[in-house]
Design a protein around this ligand. Structure first.
Ligand code: SF4
Length: 325
């Protein structure tokens, strides 16, 4: 397989699991080594609130899930956790939460400025859709990156999964974030009901069109307290193919080996580092909140200190021949 501009039909063919993907993975790995070297960026996620106004049909945090205990970290707790993550070696703190109206743009600006005044650390915010004015204020406060997974560009699938919401609003948010100078992250799930190879090809081409600076591509995992509880999880093989295609489409993009891929199969997650991925996200959320941030079911195992868990990630990356930053 040669480096070439992939078109819609090429992408559909590469996503066909009846076709071998060996050459696809080899090319994605070659491009990753050229653009990112052998280094994996490790990023610390602080899940600051599991309150959410929205009703995404796949997500355990959706506002109709009354079985979930809700929590909201205080700004001081968020700042302290980010400082702890920085001291443990993280160079990026990803502040991620539901669409919780308690967190206004002013609150985010305060948190971002405080963290930035105390540590040299990049900040990614992932807090959903906001007005252009709010995004601009957050950017001005020093926020470097914004992650807003679009989940699917298919209008019908999007409206079934997000009753009352419009895909165009979401895609426009991503374009606005890009225009405001954020490193902009999109992303989508593999294995949503009614999704086809054509849907995934359109999702990949949308990421290229923004163009996104990062993309989270992970398998769907059903949550028992959601309308999609009876559905099957997404394919790890298809997820790995989509990551590899994203690397070919956008050689410089940052692509995580997503947490959801690791939840289904850790070996599959590790393989994606030799097929396009160059980022791994690790939760640094305080232990008392971790089990409550359940977009999909996760076995958290024994939760250790932020520094111990960071050391484990470094060991994992060393064991697969990677360096880290
Ligand atoms: S996916 Fe995000 S916006 Fe949707 S319900 Fe979950 S936390 Fe809220």
């Amino acid at each position: 397989m040669k480096k070439q501009e992939l078109q819609f039909d090429d992408i559909c063919s590469l996503l066909d699991i009846n076709n071998s993907a060996d050459e696809l993975y080899a090319l994605a790995d070659e491009i990753t080594k050229e653009t990112k070297g052998n280094t994996v960026n490790v990023r610390g996620i602080i899940e600051f609130s599991n309150y959410c106004n929205r009703n995404c049909a796949y997500c355990g945090l959706n506002c109709h899930n009354t079985t979930l205990g809700r929590y909201r970290m205080s700004p001081d707790e968020i700042i302290e956790t980010a400082l702890e993550a920085s001291d443990a070696g993280y160079k990026t703190a990803v502040l991620q939460g539901g669409e919780d109206p308690w967190f206004t743009a002013d609150v985010f600006c305060h948190i971002i400025k405080e963290i930035k005044s105390k540590r040299d650390i990049a900040i990614t915010l992932s807090a959903g859709e906001m007005s252009e004015e709010d995004y601009a204020a957050i950017r001005k406060a020093g926020c470097d990156r914004y992650l807003l997974k679009h989940e699917t560009t298919d209008k019908d699938i999007y409206s079934k999964l997000h009753p009352g919401y419009n895909i165009d609003d979401r895609l426009n948010c991503l374009r606005t974030l890009k225009r405001l100078g954020f490193e902009t992250g999109g992303g989508f799930m593999i294995g949503l009901p009614e999704q086809t190879a054509k849907t995934i090809a359109n999702d990949l081409l949308f990421i290229k069109s923004v163009p996104c600076d990062m993309a989270g591509i992970g398998p769907f995992i059903p949550h028992p307290e959601t309308p999609l509880k009876g559905c099957d999880s997404g394919s790890t093989e298809l997820t790995r193919r989509a990551v590899a295609i994203a690397r070919i489409l956008l050689p410089d993009i940052n692509l995580p080996a997503t947490t959801s891929l690791g939840v289904i199969d850790k070996e599959e997650r590790n393989k994606v580092f030799s097929g396009g991925a160059n980022v791994i996200m690790k939760k640094v959320t305080p232990e008392k909140y971790r089990k409550l941030y359940e977009i999909y079911p996760v076995n958290h195992g024994k939760i250790k200190s932020v520094a111990e868990e960071r050391a484990e990630i470094n060991e994992l990356l060393a064991s697969i021949g990677k360096e880290w930053d």
